[in-house]
Design a protein around this ligand. Structure first.
Ligand code: 5GP
Length: 119
């Protein structure tokens, strides 16, 4: 099992966060430093460090990230207007926290690829 991260502490309720969804596979909470009006991290409860560490047995859990991204978009009423999903991988990919997570970004028209510039 990979080392615990700050995200594991959030998932376990050991440090505070604004959790918007949680089930047995994933936890979603607001990013502490939002890059858009809506910036939510959808995190696997299992602490896999990066995409380069995923195994075939993780397939259902990783697919679930998209199911919950869609649910969040629907809950926000933006499933048709759109949003952006980002998964950073490793140092050159800009990943800071070594615990697989999907960034959910939304709020108006987002710019080109990458994190939007928050207005
Ligand atoms: P990465 O660069 O690894 O793809 O993204 C990590 C994200 O985690 C960053 O957007 C950062 O703002 C967010 N983050 C880091 N520490 C915390 C924290 O303690 N709480 C919350 N809610 N977000 C955090």
């Amino acid at each position: 099992m990979a080392e615990e991260t700050i995200f594991t502490k959030i998932i376990n309720g050991e440090i505070p966060s604004d959790i918007v969804y949680k089930d047995e596979l994933v936890t979603a909470f607001k990013d502490i430093s939002p890059k858009a009006e809506h910036h939510i991290l959808i995190v696997t409860n299992k602490p896999i460090p990066t995409v380069s560490d995923v195994e075939p047995c993780d397939e259902q859990m990783l697919g679930h990230l998209f199911i919950i991204a869609r649910k969040i978009a629907t809950d926000l009423g933006i499933e048709k207007s759109g949003y952006r999903l980002i998964v950073n991988c490793g140092p050159d990919g800009g990943q800071e926290v070594p615990h697989i997570h999907m960034h959910f970004l939304a709020g108006g028209k987002l710019g080109g690829l990458g994190f939007p510039q928050k207005q």
